[in-house]
Design a protein around this ligand. Structure first.
Ligand SMILES: NC(=O)c1ccc[n+]([C@@H]2O[C@H](COP(=O)([O-])OP(=O)(O)OC[C@H]3O[C@@H](n4cnc5c(N)ncnc54)[C@H](O)[C@@H]3O)[C@@H](O)[C@H]2O)c1
Length: 336
């Protein structure tokens, strides 16, 4: 590894953070993870080390712990922070809005204070397409109106605004908020991927659990949307493409103050397209049953990915088949 500088990844042991760490290292930076493992496993650190070909340091800390954050920055000369740490389950955020505010919003405040103490001026932030609320036009570009339709989405909006104030309050501060669409897939090695605990919230982990026989069938919420096959359309993006988008943002951070950029493919896929692609690519059945629409869902949401291409020189390269193949390879990695 040549040493371009240290990139601190909060939430670096998580689904997206682990893939970002690998791409950051491949670009010649030194990733250091910081995680409290509230939704991830310690074993991920060893797997990342295996993938980057050398030991990766992980600081076990909670971003809300000011002392621990002070110690973390004190022990490490950080070039930039990629801030992925956060809770992301929409349903849980409705049940426990204070927890989401405390963990995500206050946690970011504590992180920024520690960065200020040590003169760290660059951040790439994990935002989300949830900041657009219910789509009012398609494709969704970055000037689409913003609204929070649940407490989780509110935390992302609050943090983006906090980052505006942070950038304005000091000189030479640089932030890129990446608004992810729907990250799926796993590293091609099947060493890292997504392993949600309990009943998954999102389509892909649910499909995987049904394919493995751990859940009996996939409930498809709404077969009567105004889409070609009646099921909801989303913009799925391979997590490795997404991770590379972070490196592209990192490379251009110094030319930004606070920019918001979508990371999506620009192409939507319906629930049934995902199910059928999964079945075809992996040769397994995914039994499903149509259910009524869920309140708050939208027929279609997909990105205008043009700004990422113009501003970051990045675009998604992997398609639905690779997403399906890699998700399944990771889910079945330990099967004989
Ligand atoms: N996966 C998605 O669909 C998606 C979409 C849009 C945005 N995002 C955002 O991307 C980020 C990463 O998501 P992910 O899918 O990798 O989730 P994840 O749960 O796999 O990873 C989050 C990581 O952050 C850590 N973490 C949480 N709170 C922490 C705290 N207080 N201190 C230290 N570590 C903490 C967790 O232990 C975990 O390792 C999150 O901020 C999420 O909101 C995710």
């Amino acid at each position: 590894m040549n040493a371009r500088g240290i990139i601190l990844l909060t939430g670096g042991a998580g689904f997206i953070g682990s893939h970002v760490a690998v791409e950051v290292a491949a670009a010649g930076w030194i990733p250091v993870l910081l995680d409290n493992f509230c939704t991830s496993e310690r074993s991920v650190v060893g797997r990342i080390s295996e993938l980057v070909g050398g030991p990766v340091r992980c600081i076990e800390a909670d971003i809300r712990d000011a002392q621990a954050m002070h110690a973390a920055f004190g022990s490490t000369p950080v070039h930039a922070v990629i801030h992925l740490a956060g809770l992301k389950a929409v349903g849980e955020s409705v049940e426990q809005p204070e927890l989401y505010h405390d963990n995500n919003v206050r946690g970011t405040e504590v992180l920024l204070t520690a960065m200020d103490e040590f003169g760290v001026r660059r951040m790439v932030f994990s935002s989300s397409c949830t900041v657009y609320g219910t789509p009012q036009r398609l494709p969704i570009d970055e000037s689409h109106p913003l609204s929070a339709i649940n407490p989780y989405g509110q935390t992302k909006l609050d943090i983006e605004r906090m980052l505006d104030r942070w950038v304005d309050a000091g000189s030479e501060r640089h932030v890129c908020s990446l608004r992810y669409f729907n990250p799926v897939g796993a590293h091609a090695s099947a060493l890292i991927g997504e392993s949600p605990r309990g009943i998954p919230n999102n389509l892909m982990p649910y499909v995987v659990k049904v394919a493995r026989g751990e859940l009996s069938e996939l409930g498809v919420f709404g077969g009567d949307w105004p889409t070609p096959d009646g099921t909801g359309i989303r913009d799925y993006i391979h997590v490795v493409d997404l991770a590379r988008g972070h490196v592209a943002a990192l490379e251009r951070l110094d030319s930004m103050r606070h920019e918001r950029i979508n990371l999506g493919t620009g192409v939507g896929a319906s629930v049934l397209e995902v199910v059928h692609a999964f079945e075809r690519v992996n040769g397994v059945k995914v039994p499903y049953a149509m259910r009524p629409r869920r309140a708050g869902d939208a027929a279609s949401a997909f990105a205008d990915a043009g700004l990422a291409e113009r501003r970051l020189g990045w675009r998604a390269r992997l398609g639905l088949d690779e997403m399906m193949r890699d998700s399944w390879a990771f889910a079945t990695r330990d099967d004989g």
